[in-house]
Write a protein that binds this ligand. Structure first.
Ligand code: DC
Length: 233
């Protein structure tokens, strides 16, 4: 990993890992600590998945083909907007944050993220976001593909049962009525797809630091991560 020199003022932190590892919570907190911009790349894949879902409903087909999805890309504009302290993803200018955090959109995002052209479309935008500012970016391929020269690379993991419980609790808090066994099966399916796809599969970069937070409290985990970041300076 590159040691940041004191005179450099731009820093890139790449956070990768499995779904429901708390990546976004950690990335948000670290971005605040580092006075950097937070970028949730999963939200970008979810926004495209939402667009594809709406289009497939309009066409009254269950699923669009890969070619049809690729053909839609020029009409899709994904961005971010600040809402108070939070950052919301936008789809063609509309704040869609409230619509993308469902199991259905998550699963569809996992599917469309296997398409090479979809990845190239988003990776280019993600790299541009890091060109002129400090960022903390989370996703699946940030340390391996988007920013292979990131100043700090973290790879987050936790046991599948722990992650399923966290996702279950989140869904309950949103008023949904999930079944734990289904949520666990979904976590395992998604892990399988994310790690076995041909295009940029989720894998740990050689120079990434692994953080398994299964048995850590949120405070313990953030202490470990802030320490790693502070050691860069
Ligand atoms: O992190 P998340 O659950 O919001 O991501 C949704 C899906 O998007 C995930 O199953 C895989 C995909 N994804 C990806 O392929 N590459 C990224 N950098 C981020 C997400």
């Amino acid at each position: 990993m590159r040691k940041m020199s004191k005179c450099e003022n731009k820093i890139i932190v790449a956070i990768d890992g499995y779904s429901s590892c708390g990546k976004s919570t950690i990335a948000k907190a670290l971005a605040k600590h580092a006075h950097a911009t937070y970028v949730d790349t999963g939200a970008m894949y979810r926004a495209i998945a939402l667009y594809v879902l709406v289009e497939s409903r309009k066409s009254k087909v269950e699923k669009l083909s890969e070619e049809e999805i690729v053909a839609l890309l020029p009409e899709i504009n994904v961005g971010f907007v600040r809402v108070g302290d939070a950052q919301h993803v936008t789809l063609n200018g509309e704040d869609v944050e409230g619509q993308i955090r469902t199991l259905e959109v998550g699963n569809r995002a996992s599917e469309i993220s296997q398409i090479k052209e979809v990845r190239a479309f988003l990776v280019a935008q993600q790299q541009a976001m890091g060109a002129n500012q400090s960022i903390v970016m989370d996703g699946r391929d940030i340390g391996t593909v988007v920013f292979p020269k990131a100043d700090l690379k973290l790879f987050l993991t936790a046991r599948p049962e722990v992650r399923a419980q966290r996702r279950y609790d989140e869904l309950v808090a949103k008023g949904e009525k999930p079944v734990y066994e289904e949520v666990l099966a979904d976590v395992n399916d998604r892990d399988y797809r994310d790690t076995h796809r041909a295009e940029s599969p989720l894998r740990q970069a050689e120079d990434a630091i692994v953080v398994d937070n299964s048995d850590m409290t949120p405070d313990e985990q953030m202490k470990v991560i802030y320490d790693l970041y502070d050691r860069l300076q």
